[in-house]
Design a binder for this molecule. Structure first.
Ligand code: GDP
Ligand code: IMO
Ligand code: MG
Length: 428
């Protein structure tokens, strides 16, 4: 199995960073294909905690090629700060490749993101305010600036002049600050000089790696339910965090994807607004939030918490073709008095097993639960599935039964070694 996609099967923050870092031990290349610094992937290595936003989770291994592919949106300033933070922690030997086709997040994208949220008032999306949506909107509107433009300073100045002619009109209409070409150019020129050597045609690099049958890990950001096409629109992000989006966003052919691992939290969380049928607004929700440290990596917002929802996971399975599951933060469920898993919804008196397309219908969905026995024993040091308490094994088996996907990895703590491997899914 050479080319593996890591996909979030819920609303993001499932533990993709930990899984990618773990699997990267057998990878030659790690690729981020979509999103930008709206992502927050936490990785714990020994006593150090790293929160990666733009940079792929293979960065800690000097032999791994880390690729930021064409489907990403990149804030150069934020990215350079991230690199600086890593270097300060001793991560100085790394291989990094940034697609010349990836789009650049400009300061006005961030301003527009904030303003849109304000204009929406109580209907706000709850974005990370990193300018993600406005940057992707400009890409689709063909007025975006790409990394290849940025690092060629003559091109950059020309493209910036043309773009600001349009964007300043929009900014004025929105009542926002207009930008001066020199103001942005002088600042971004510095970023361009620092990033120039990393920028290249990453599709060509990946093609070469594929020809050499190298192990490539595609690290998803966000999660299926935040997909622009298949998520809870409009309460979604502005890219597609599905396996289907990977070939397009990386510039490789779909036939080269071998396997998709769905990352699934043992419960459910969501940051930002939008429907969430299994949400717990009680003391159990608060308990899980505290034990699981469920506060946003990027925005520090408390994450909304709920029971595991297998309608959601099955939906992700259908959209992305999930072959195996990595069950994350399993230890957080230890000691809970009553555990439930949602296995279907009731919508207007009918049992359904999918996600309705309209918010109106989704908000009317009532979860149907099964109740499971719980366990009290500490599981954070268990390395072998057979050693888990019977009730914990049962929880895993219920997931397998209702999804038809094998749970090949179980994570029982944030550290790399707190991982139970039931089946190797990525071999060197
Ligand atoms: P991502 O965005 O999908 O990479 O996930 P985040 O990093 O935003 O959130 C997952 C959080 O859970 C991080 O703080 C991880 O360090 C932590 N984590 C990952 N796996 C486990 C686990 O099995 N148990 C516990 N307790 N924490 C975990
Ligand atoms: P990772 O990769 C969780 C959410 C935001 C908001 C919506 C739109 O760490 O799993 P955006 O700024 O993208 O326009 O916000 O999407 N969101 C995430 N939620 N994890 C993420 O990334 C997210 N990235 C965006 O909270 O609801
Ligand atoms: Mg996250």
């Amino acid at each position: 199995m050479s080319r593996l996609v890591v996909v979030g099967s819920q609303w993001g923050d499932e533990g993709k960073g930990k899984v990618t870092d773990f699997l990267a031990q057998n990878a030659d290349v790690v690729v981020r294909t979509q999103g930008g610094n709206n992502a927050g992937h936490t990785i714990k290595i020994g006593n150090e905690k790293f929160a990666l936003q733009t940079i792929p989770s293979g960065i800690f291994n000097p032999n791994i090629k880390n690729v930021l592919a064409n489907g990403m949106v990149i804030n150069p300033k934020a990215m350079l700060n991230e690199l600086k933070g890593l270097e300060e922690k001793g991560i100085i030997n790394y291989k990094l490749y940034i697609s010349n086709r990836a789009h650049v997040i400009m300061p006005y994208h961030i301003d527009i993101d904030g303003a849109n949220e304000q204009f929406k008032g109580e209907h706000k999306i709850g974005t990370t305010k990193k300018g993600i949506g406005p940057c992707y909107a400009d890409k689709a509107n063909r007025i975006g600036i790409r990394m290849g433009d940025l690092v060629n300073l003559t091109t950059f100045r020309k493209v910036l002049e043309e773009t600001l002619l349009i964007k300043n009109k929009e900014l004025k209409m929105l009542g926002l600050k207009e930008y001066d070409v020199d103001e942005i150019y002088d600042e971004y020129k510095e970023y361009a000089l620092q990033l120039k050597d990393f920028v290249c045609d990453t599709s060509l690099i990946l093609d070469e790696e594929i020809k050499q049958n190298k192990n490539i890990l595609f690290e998803g950001a966000q999660g299926t339910m935040l997909c622009l096409d298949h998520g809870t629109y409009p309460y979604v992000t502005s890219s597609s965090p599905t396996a289907a989006s990977v070939p397009l966003n990386a510039g490789i052919a779909p036939k080269y994807i071998d396997h998709c691992v769905g990352i699934c939290k043992a419960y459910t969380t969501r940051v930002g607004e939008g429907p969430f049928p299994t949400e717990l607004k009680d003391s159990l929700g608060d308990h899980i939030r505290e034990v699981g440290h469920e506060y946003g990596t990027v925005t520090k917002r408390p994450r909304r918490v709920g029971y595991l929802d297998l309608v959601v996971v099955n939906y992700a399975k259908r959209i992305s073709g999930i072959d195996s599951l990595a069950l994350m933060l399993f230890d957080v469920l230890t000691g809970i008095k009553e555990l439930k898993i949602c296995v279907s919804y009731t919508l207007d008196g009918n049992i359904i097993n999918t996600i309705p397309s309209t918010l109106d219908e989704y908000e009317r969905c009532i979860p149907n639960y099964i109740t499971l026995p719980t366990w009290q024993e500490d599981i954070t040091n268990i390395k072998d599935f057979s050693k888990l308490p019977l009730e914990a094994k049962n929880y895993v088996k219920v997931i397998e039964k209702y999804t038809g996907i094998s749970v090949d990895m179980i994570s029982v703590g944030a550290e790399r070694n707190q991982t139970i491997i039931r089946k190797q899914i990525f071999n060197k």
